[in-house]
Write a protein that binds this ligand. Structure first.
Ligand code: PMP
Length: 399
């Protein structure tokens, strides 16, 4: 048999050298208390399953169960765009369907943004002082983000063969406005509430970034439904602002893959140029529409998750004495310490391993911009949280 050629050698060098994003574990066997990927512990609104069943019942004239699946989905998710704009205030907030783009999860939206605003082959000069072009806002090809934040951003930038500008936040997570302003990035991803710390930035802090920085500011609000503040109100006054949201967390629909952004129609038009024609499936479109129609149900879910989070934030700080960020998201980022006060890599690893043995799955951040090893614990049901807490108490007793 002929030996296998080095097929990677045919790939573009930047692709051959890529480190792929590692998603959180999704165990297939039952029995895990799964608190590792910030999913919602409660089911979606019952209207979602009903809408999917109705869609599978077949579009009128399509004939037979599931027959509508023969047909492509509406390519722009038009009804969903309109419903999303209305959900965020509609005309009263200056928002219409032209301000919305819908994606296959918000990861798709982030990818579209990178593809439009970041990549190789543009000038060296950087934003505002760019590449002999003389244009006030010449593209630099660079994308910025904070450390720590969502580790998908640098992967998307790598795929686009663009340059990453990582801005290190210090342990206080105060927003370094000047560093962002002078980053030379054409697009900056600000995660608020931040992942993995959960720290939320206020409207006034985000406005300070918009005033100082002259690129496109993307505020990734995947966790904002659990937070006190959002950047949404700034959209009317700042055309360089993009707000990204998802149905995966607060709407309990991670499995259906729908996310969206709100932005100026010029930005939306760019995203639509690079978007896959049918990027949101039929079932996803009807599921998200049904979810949006049940605001009362979701208000209850969000209230419950936030209350559980606050109760456990208090427990981690006062009862366990662990340093824990004041999370405004649906997870808790905490620094394990033994009863004797020991901290560090071995301690966090031991706590993580102990939890794993008891089938409690959290996310372990061994190496981190904030230097110390942390555990990130998604907020679960009361029962799940009690299992987690009791397991940690058992570990503390032994450690
Ligand atoms: N942004 C942030 C900050 C996230 O943590 C996540 C989920 N891991 C996403 C975006 C993507 O979520 P999805 O693609 O499910 O909408």
């Amino acid at each position: 048999a002929a030996s296998t050629p080095d097929l990677a050698a045919l790939a573009l060098p930047h692709v051959a050298a890529l480190h792929a994003y590692t998603p959180g574990l999704q165990p297939t066997e039952p029995g895990w208390v799964k608190l590792n990927t910030n999913e919602c512990p409660y089911p979606p609104s019952p209207l979602v399953a009903a809408a999917i069943a109705a869609e599978l019942g077949g579009a009128e004239g399509a004939g037979g169960e599931g027959a509508s699946l023969r047909l492509y989905p509406e390519p722009t998710s038009a009804a969903l765009r309109a419903a999303i704009a209305a959900h965020h205030g509609g005309e009263d907030s200056g928002l219409g369907a032209a301000n919305v783009c819908v994606g296959n999860g918000s990861d798709d939206i982030l990818n579209l943004l990178v593809r439009c605003f970041c990549g190789a082959g543009v000038g060296e000069g950087g934003l505002g002082r760019g590449a002999d072009s003389g244009a006030p806002n010449a593209a630099s090809g660079r994308a910025g983000f904070s450390l720590p934040s969502y580790s998908l951003y640098p992967v998307l930038v790598g795929i686009a063969n663009g340059q990453s500008v990582a801005i290190e936040f210090d342990r206080t997570m105060a927003l370094p406005v000047e560093k962002i302003a002078s980053s030379g990035a054409s697009i900056f991803f600000l995660t608020s509430p931040n992942a993995p710390t959960g720290v939320g930035f206020g409207e006034r802090e985000i406005e300070a970034v918009l005033a100082a920085y002259d690129g496109l500011l993307v505020v990734d609000e995947a966790y904002a439904p659990f937070a006190r503040e959002s950047a949404l109100k700034l959209l009317a006054r700042y055309p360089r602002l993009v707000v990204v949201r998802t149905f995966s967390k607060a709407y309990a629909l991670a499995g259906i893959r729908v996310g969206y952004c709100l932005a100026h129609p010029q930005v939306i038009a760019l995203l639509d140029r690079v978007r896959d024609s049918y990027n949101v499936s039929r079932l996803s479109q009807v599921a998200a529409l049904a979810a949006l129609s049940d605001t009362r149900y979701y208000a209850g879910v969000i209230r419950k998750v936030a209350a559980t989070r606050d109760a456990y934030l208090a427990r981690f700080a006062s009862e366990a004495g662990w340093f824990t960020y004041p999370s405004q998201a649906n997870f808790i980022f905490t620094e394990p310490r033994t009863r004797g006060g020991e901290m560090g890599a071995a301690v966090a690893q031991a706590a993580y391993d102990f939890l794993c043995e008891r089938r409690v799955l959290v996310r372990h951040f061994p190496k981190h911009a904030l230097t110390a090893p942390f555990l990130r614990i998604s907020v679960g049901t009361d029962e799940q949280m009690l299992t987690l807490w009791n397991s940690l108490q058992a570990w503390l007793h032994d450690a």
